[in-house]
Design a protein around this ligand. Sequence first.
Ligand code: AMP
Length: 194
Amino acid sequence: MFNLVLFGPPGSGKGTQSENIVSTYNLQHISTGDLLRDEVSRHTPLGSEAKKYMDQGMLVPDEVVIGMISGKIDEHPDARGFIFDGFPRTRHQAEALDKLLEFKNTKIDLVLSLEIPEAELTKRLLGRGETSGRSDDNEEVIKKRIKEYHSKTQPVAGYYNDHGKLENVKGDHSIADTFKLLSKHINKYLLPVN
Ligand code: AMP
């Protein structure tokens, strides 16, 4: 089993690159943002709780997010591996994921961090806001999301670097060129299926 974390700020292209990685390497995609939006659209109690934070560009509490992950992993016992997209976003989540995977006799193998200049991020997120219908892509919320990223999420890169798992990848090329850079790292662990 090969488990990958795709790491990076909001707007760095994690969702798009995850799709490419999933279809090329046949990994199971776990996006906490997608899972939370699904809970919100189904008006579940978890969704109503999460929405309060998401609408303000704040991180949803760790317990809520960590609680969603274990069941999702168990749904795919025959998976070739998992790609975690938008998770972990705090050091506490990273530690919880390590414990959870250890319990399931597996581990995170590689963390690919997409690096994008901040001005480019804001431009991309504002552009997405015009088309996505997402409640968290207006200017005020975007600023808050980037602030949350710097204060709470960036330390996660240090955590994985300390464990020798982090690779930085420049993410401001075209989608195809960025994917080639990501693939070079993944190919050291796993052969493409497509
Ligand atoms: P995303 O689609 O990954 O950009 O996530 C959208 C929003 O969902 C974030 O701004 C957070 O409010 C929430 N969210 C997604 N993943 C997490 C996570 N791992 N921890 C806390 N909040 C999250």
